[in-house]
Design a protein around this ligand. Structure first.
Ligand code: HEM
Ligand code: HEM
Length: 145
């Protein structure tokens, strides 16, 4: 169970980054070119949303089965940068990023003008992507692949 989830979380992270980058580039070009916001633009913003939703669900389960997650939480572990990343910083930052991306998707459906929809996606997905990039355990990820 642990190994399977770990691999799933590790590979899905590529789709998370790819989906967010495609969504973001589409929103950015739509905003700058003043395009109409069509259904294909909403679907492209789903490319960013869906992998992120799946990933956070898997992440929460992983947190409770991984020896690096809840099982490792202690005052001493908090003093170690790598342990703290897995116990606290990675989960917390990723959850904030997921919430921002979801709010961005949701607001884009409700906003009135096409330009405001694209701009909203650029801001929310953009901050979300920066947060995700800031707390990926890069060394472990590269070592695993
Ligand atoms: C416990 C886990 C989850 C929670 C709390 C959650 C929560 C949400 C919320 C709050 C929205 C925004 C609805 C809106 O305003 O448009 C949303 C949308 C969405 N989620 Fe999740 N989600 C979860 C897991 C998943 C999973 C596992 C998937 C599938 C892979 C998924 C796919 C989607 C899709 C496709 C939408 C967009 C729906 C639409 O077009 O409005 N979610 N989710
Ligand atoms: C949604 C964005 C997220 C992304 C892009 C992401 C990405 C990653 C990556 C790339 C790794 C390293 C995998 C490896 O070593 O090969 C990792 C590990 C981990 N992530 Fe996430 N993650 C996300 C969300 C979460 C959430 C929300 C939680 C928990 C609540 C979580 C818990 C964990 C844990 C516990 C590990 C360590 C697993 C282990 O090696 O034992 N992740 N994550």
């Amino acid at each position: 169970m642990y190994t399977g989830l770990q691999h799933l979380h590790s590979y899905l992270a590529y789709l998370v980054l790819l989906g967010l980058i495609i969504s973001l580039l589409n929103a950015l070009t739509g905003w700058l070119q003043n395009r109409r916001f069509q259904d294909k633009d909403r679907k492209r913003s789903l490319l960013g949303l869906i992998p992120v939703h799946l990933q956070w669900l898997i992440g929460v389960v992983l947190y409770f089965v991984s020896p690096l997650g809840a099982a490792n939480a202690s005052g001493a572990a908090m003093k170690d940068a790598t342990s703290r990343l897995y116990i606290l910083e990675h989960p917390l930052t990723m959850i904030i990023a997921v919430i921002l991306i979801t709010v961005g998707y949701s607001r884009a459906k409700r906003l009135k003008t096409d330009n405001a929809r694209f701009k909203n996606l650029v801001i929310f997905y953009g901050i979300g992507l920066i947060l995700v990039l800031s707390r990926i355990p890069w060394q472990a990820w590269f070592a695993a692949n």
